[in-house]
Design a protein around this ligand. Structure first.
Ligand code: KMH
Ligand code: ZN
Length: 310
């Protein structure tokens, strides 16, 4: 009997887009980030994609010390693969953005594959009062932001991180980013089998239509053959629908409050674990199984939790 398809669920626990006003469920203290990450792993997430937040007001930070307050606890209380973001917040250089991954040498980290507008400024008009002073201007200022990931940034990040044996989550927000990735592989920066996160619905990137998912997948097949792994992240309201479709196309899925604050149309999610539970139920009801962390390690060829530096 052929083995059931194993779907790797990643959960992106807090991110750098949403702010505390938008949802009381968005974790930002070390305790809450750790607890929600552990509960997401218990619900079925094999990979935890992590950003840090200032514990006093939820502001975005990439200070390695802030990661240090939750990484060991998550490792101690779950077997999940830890994936550290190198996306940073709106103002950081690539050197600053890779500092947490360099310090903690996780099994995975993100690698953003192109420069782009990356905006969530329309959210600034949706709230009339804000919990913390920094929030409104942070959200509104994303209108002026260029998310910088030049070829030289990618090359510098890849070179600095290479000795750590970290598997990258290659963040591709549009079709051109797949070509950037192919180019980087051709000049020896990354080796197959790579792990691509197809991202849909960020303002500045490709939209969240299923046609676009099919097109991205077909383009990746052409560029990378069959020697690659892929997953789908739909931002906002597209999250569950695109994840469901991806799982039916033999792909992997990413959910979490970084990408959407909702559990269904107009209804805020209570936690990251609630989103993981929902996509797990869908995946299983449609006939596949979710991968355990060790199965994800085997599928993606990760170095192992004993080789991280936390
Ligand atoms: N926020 C997501 C759309 C990163 O952390 O490097 C993409 C992301 C990037 O997760
Ligand atoms: Zn992220």
């Amino acid at each position: 009997m052929s083995r059931k398809q194993r779907v790797i669920i990643s959960c992106a626990v807090t991110g750098a887009i949403h702010t505390p006003t938008m949802s009381a469920a968005l974790p930002y203290t070390a305790d809450d980030i750790a607890r929600q990450a552990i509960e997401a792993a218990e619900a079925g997430a094999a990979i935890l994609h992590l950003h840090a937040r200032r514990p006093q007001d939820g502001g975005v930070t990439i200070d390695p010390e802030v990661f240090a307050a939750f990484l060991p606890r998550i490792k101690h209380e779950s077997n999940a693969v830890i994936n550290i973001s190198t996306g940073g917040s709106l103002k950081n250089t690539i050197e600053e953005r890779i500092a947490p991954a360099l310090r903690f040498s996780p099994e995975m980290c993100s690698m953003n594959m192109g420069s782009m507008n990356f905006s969530f400024h329309p959210l600034a008009d949706r709230y009339s009062s804000w919990k913390f002073d920094w929030e409104k201007s942070y959200v509104a200022d994303s209108k002026t932001y260029i998310f910088r990931n030049t070829f030289s940034d990618i090359e510098n990040a890849a070179a600095a991180l290479a000795p750590h044996g970290i598997k990258f989550e290659h963040e591709c927000y549009d079709v051109g980013h797949l070509y950037n990735l192919r180019f980087c592989m051709d000049i020896g920066l990354f080796k197959a089998p790579i792990f691509i996160q197809f991202i849909f619905g960020i303002l500045g990137g490709i939209g969240p239509e299923i046609d676009n998912l099919v097109f991205m997948k077909r383009t990746a097949d052409r560029l990378f053959g069959h020697d690659y792994h892929w997953s789908v992240l739909g931002a906002g309201g597209a999250q569950m629908n695109l994840a469901t479709t991806a799982s039916q196309m033999q792909g992997n899925v990413r959910v979490g409050l970084e990408d959407s604050l909702f559990i269904s149309r107009g209804k805020l999610a209570k936690s990251n674990a609630e989103q993981v539970t929902k996509i797990r139920r869908i995946v299983e009801e449609l006939g596949a199984e979710v991968a355990s962390p060790d199965e994800a390690r085997e599928i993606l060829g990760l170095k192992g939790a004993d080789k991280v530096a936390f």
